[in-house]
Design a binder for this molecule. Structure first.
Ligand code: G6P
Ligand code: MG
Length: 220
């Protein structure tokens, strides 16, 4: 009688968008491309390669393959320097309450993230052991909105897709969950995440009663 609860990482469990922002901004500026919060918003849920491609498109720039790879590595080094300073204080409000409640209800918990740094980040915030299955950017070939990451997570849990619930803060991630045939729960802005089955501003707005309803609902 267990459901699969699949969590995105960046923007759902931790607010790493601010570190991605600082690292991409520094890189964009070195190649003469303007980079603000508006651009950063459009990189949420987007893979590292695709993010750099988008920045180049915005600035009308092209790079040879070697420089492209070098810039990606540079961005990630800067990003990792921020990640290394992370600790449990960076877990977003009520994430731990939700994880513990689901576990107490014998639900199955997985991570489904585009990030290749997901495992390192989960360790930094001491949540690694809360996930029974972890599927991240090192385990998939197709980026969200392709459902691969969530289908793999469901498979690793041994739970059918229609019995899975996904928590996501990006449009691409909500689309991936919907395409996978899962219940999608947006964490963030209702207007931006309008394709989600449900949307909450953050986990503090999500009651244990609601979680219990999901456990029953996705049973039918
Ligand atoms: C998440 C973030 C994106 C990031 C992507 C890849 O989806 O929301 O902003 O670009 O992961 O992360 P990585 O750590 O592999 O560069
Ligand atoms: Mg995210």
């Amino acid at each position: 009688n267990s459901k699969g609860f699949i969590f995105d990482l960046d923007g759902v469990i931790v607010d790493t968008a601010k570190y991605h922002f600082l690292a991409w901004k520094k890189l964009a500026e070195t190649i003469g491309v303007t980079f603000t919060e508006t651009e950063n918003e459009q990189l949420k849920g987007v893979s590292r390669v695709r993010s750099l491609e988008k920045i180049l498109e915005w600035g009308n720039k092209t790079l040879d393959q070697d420089t492209f790879m070098e810039l990606m590595a540079r961005k990630n080094n800067d990003y990792l320097a921020y990640i290394n300073t992370m600790n449990t204080s960076e877990i977003l409000p009520d994430v731990t309450r939700v994880l513990l409640f689901l576990k107490e209800q014998n639900q199955r918990i997985a991570l489904g993230s585009a990030s290749k740094n997901a495992r390192a980040i989960l360790k930094k915030v001491a949540l690694f052991s809360n996930f029974e299955a972890i599927v991240d950017g090192t385990n998939v070939t197709k980026a969200k909105p392709n459902p691969e990451v969530f289908l793999k997570a469901a498979q690793q849990l041994g739970i059918n897709a229609e019995k899975c619930i996904v928590f996501e803060d990006s449009v691409a991630g909500i689309q991936a969950a919907n395409t996978a045939g899962m219940i999608s729960i947006g964490i963030g802005n209702k207007e931006i995440l309008s394709e989600a089955t449900y949307v909450f501003k953050n986990f503090t707005e999500m009651s244990n009663e609601f979680l219990l309803e999901l456990i029953v609902l996705s049973n039918e």
